[in-house]
Ligand binder design. Structure first.
Ligand code: PMP
Length: 457
């Protein structure tokens, strides 16, 4: 075993990992990266097929990002936003507001996706109380919702496996049906497999459920990942759901918190997923790709109205009492500015479009495998749901570790991604070449066949 793997096993406690299994398995120690390729300490190369847990946009070791960081390093790495302004954070705030368009005018920086959500939840809660809409406002979010691991973010999450144990620590929030077409109890709008095609028309029952929940007007906000729910299993929402739900939220007087931690910065095709359906949220939470996947940094964008509710005389203490040590970090902001430059270039836009189409075409080859139940794609986010029986959509039991086994078989063939239960995500960095993308999908197909037989049907 490599000495670094030994050190890691001795000292590091890994996130979302059964450490007993980790101790038994040989770990991959990553040392270098270039573009969509990562290299381990043995110089074995891997394709980064989930963009290092959905963070990386333009590839590793990008010359423009590296140069931006080096320029910033010559000035200063970090100064506190508690009491002081700085150049890259001010420029970045302006860029974010201009990119978000609509009514989002103010930017509150923090460290990661979870904190971006905490900020939005606290602001929305206090805004709702101060404006007199409710004294004890609640939050509504989707079944399967995942918005981070801090206690507030977990409170609006609805994945029992992760969240149930901490029930006693959390505030109560309500849950409503997600538009998960593949497992919709009302109709069979999916999958696209010829013999299981739409048998009944979709009547937007899922939107009706949201409307019914919103009726009593007790919510501060509806929290949602627009267009695709990531950790719920890469659940791509049907076209039109977001628009309808956005209107219902607006009509109820509640606010809309868009969690674009995964979907932001071109992942779904538009700069922000909300823009695809022309929905303007009251809060836009971004992190992961904000710095191009280089540094932990997040932002919560909000409206002038929310900002104004926190204005007052000093001794009215209307201040938003919240802040993290690294808020507005200068290095992170410099990386984010460089990343936005690349993202907005014509070359990057063209590459993303080409890649999205190629991914769509390549994924078609998976439908013929017996253990592939659904193949979902939204922009450059794809999820392949593996099932024990595609005819009945019966799920594999989690303890069979089907997703883990398939991803390990992929890693052996030089492609890295991380399963979500029985769903295999593919989120290629935007710099991925056609040959690399084809390899990602081919290796996924081989790994499914190796682990699950996969007799074509
Ligand atoms: N929201 C969404 C939609 C996410 O996907 C994640 C992370 N996977 C988070 C919030 C939490 O972000 P972080 O891990 O940076 O705290």
């Amino acid at each position: 075993m490599h000495k670094l793997a030994r050190l890691d096993k001795k000292y590091v406690w890994h996130p979302f990992t059964q450490m007993r299994d980790w101790a038994k398995r040989e770990s991959i120690v990553l040392a270098r990266g270039k573009g969509a390729v990562l290299e381990d300490v043995h110089e074995k190369k891997f394709l980064d097929a989930n963009a290092s847990i959905w963070t990386n946009l333009h590839g590793h070791n990008h010359p423009k990002l590296n140069a931006a960081l080096q320029r910033q390093l010559k000035k200063v790495a970090h100064t506190s936003a508690l009491g002081f302004a700085n150049e890259p954070a001010a420029l970045l705030a302006e860029r974010l507001v201009k990119s978000a368009k609509g009514s989002l005018k103010k930017v509150f920086f923090s460290d990661d996706g979870s904190t971006a959500l905490e900020v939005a939840l606290k602001m929305s809660y206090e805004f709702t109380r101060r404006t007199g809409r409710s004294r004890a406002p609640k939050f509504l979010s989707l079944a399967g919702a995942y918005h981070g691991d801090t206690v507030g973010a977990v409170s609006v999450g609805h994945i029992d496996l992760f969240h149930k144990a901490y029930g006693g620590l959390l505030f109560k929030s309500d849950k409503v049906m997600a538009p998960y077409c593949y497992r919709c109890p009302f109709n069979r709008a999916k999958p696209e497999r010829a013999d299981a095609r739409v048998t009944r028309k979709c009547n937007w029952e899922c939107v009706g459920k949201v409307e019914a929940k919103l009726k009593p007007r007790k919510y501060a906000a509806f929290v949602v990942e627009p267009r695709v729910q990531g950790a719920a299993g890469m659940i791509a929402h049907p076209e039109g759901w977001l628009k309808r739900v956005g209107e219902a939220v607006r009509a109820s007087g509640a606010q809309l918190i868009a969690d674009e931690v995964m979907t932001g910065f071109g992942r779904t095709g538009t700069k922000f997923a909300c823009q695809k359906e022309k929905v303007s949220p009251d809060f836009l939470c971004v992190a992961k790709g904000l710095t191009g996947g280089y540094l932990p940094m997040a932002a919560t964008l909000t409206t002038q109205a929310v900002f104004d509710e926190f204005l007052g005389e000093y001794d009215e203490f209307k201040t938003f009492f919240h802040g993290h040590s690294y808020t507005g970090n200068q290095l992170g902001s410099a990386a984010a500015l460089a990343s936005l430059d690349i993202l907005q270039s014509a070359d990057s836009k063209k590459k993303r479009r080409t890649l999205e189409k190629l991914l769509r075409d390549e994924l078609q080859a998976l439908w013929s495998l017996a253990s592939v139940g659904d193949v979902r794609q939204e922009g450059l986010v794809a999820g392949v749901e593996l099932v024990a029986d595609w005819r009945t959509r019966k799920a594999f039991p989690l303890k069979a570790q089907v997703g883990i086994r398939v991803c390990e078989a992929m890693a052996r063939r030089g492609v890295l991604t991380r399963p979500i239960g029985n769903v295999i995500p593919l989120l290629p960095p935007y710099c991925t070449t056609s040959a690399q993308l084809r390899k990602m999908v081919r290796v996924l197909r081989e790994a499914i066949t190796e682990e699950l037989g996969g007799a074509p049907v």
